[in-house]
Design a protein around this ligand. Structure first.
Ligand code: TMP
Ligand code: ASP
Length: 254
């Protein structure tokens, strides 16, 4: 087997040099961390499921015109993506109070928010990803005002589309985190969706029972963590019983 050059290793993924210039191979690990690496564990099979879930969601988003770094899935744990210059900002979109928003403002988990709220965090493990404002982002040059406008517009489209998609399979999209990158084509620069979209960076609750089907099961030691990721894939129609050739679209819940 030929060894590939490792470009970057994060907490949940590894990036390798891709087969052509301007491409990378994104490898999904089973490793899970929470609270900025203070809690570490392994969620067996998570990498395989997140690879598929992110492939599915990025492909659907691409079909509605949201530009993404995703090119194609290569195998169980790897996907081919375009090499982008990652903008060091995590964009969090919230529809329902949970997690750090509930803590910060004392709003009970599950309270619907009057409107979708966008927050920004500066990507820095050393600083524990501090929350930042638009002023910080543009003043420190992490993103230009136009980049930020594009990121917000794309985040809201992703929120509208994914909220509907998940509702159709009986899941409430409580909140999620997105990352964006700059993609250079000729002399032109475009902002595209990067990283992954999976139960690692979304909160997904069953519409009827409010059961948590995401990484909060790991963060809060709720048990049945693997099963939660499997259930999301199953509802999306991408966990086929008869093998990968059986893949169907999502089954709408009435
Ligand atoms: P929070 O409530 O902990 O701020 O998280 C908001 C959303 O962002 C939630 O869906 C989990 C996701 N998230 C990440 O993907 N990475 C992170 O480092 C953090 C803190 C949150
Ligand atoms: N991914 C972050 C970490 O590892 C935080 C989280 O998702 O809770 O620390």
């Amino acid at each position: 087997m030929t060894r590939r050059r490792r470009i970057y290793e994060g907490k949940a993924k590894v990036l390798f040099e891709g087969p052509e210039p301007g491409t990378l191979v994104q490898y999904f690990k089973d490793d899970a961390t929470a609270f900025n690496n203070q809690k570490k564990g392994v969620i067996t099979g998570k990498g395989v499921l997140n690879n598929r879930i992110s492939e599915y969601l990025m492909s659907r988003l691409s079909e509605i015109g949201v530009p993404t770094h995703f090119m194609r899935r290569l195998n169980m744990r790897e996907q081919l993506v375009r090499e982008v210059e990652i903008i060091p900002i995590e964009v969090v979109v919230r529809n329902v109070a949970a997690g750090s928003l509930s803590q910060r403002f004392g709003i009970p988990e599950g309270t619907p928010l009057p409107r979708s709220i966008i927050e920004y965090y500066y990507k820095s493990d050393e600083l524990n990803d501090p929350m930042v404002s638009e002023e910080h982002i543009t003043a420190f040059g992490w993103a230009a005002p136009q980049d930020l406008d594009d990121m917000v517009a794309l985040s809201l489209r992703v929120n509208d589309y994914l909220s509907g998609l998940f509702l159709g399979i009986g899941l409430k999209l409580v909140d999620f985190k997105l990352e964006f990158g700059r993609l250079w084509e000729n002399e032109e620069m475009r902002i595209v969706l990067a990283d992954e979209i999976s139960p690692d960076n979304c909160r997904l609750w069953d519409v009827k029972t409010n059961e948590k089907l995401d990484k909060d099961r790991f963060r809060q030691d709720l048990g049945r963590v693997e099963e939660a990721y499997q259930e999301v894939a199953r509802r999306l129609g991408i966990l086929p019983e008869g093998g990968p050739s059986d893949v169907k679209g999502p089954k709408t819940i009435q």
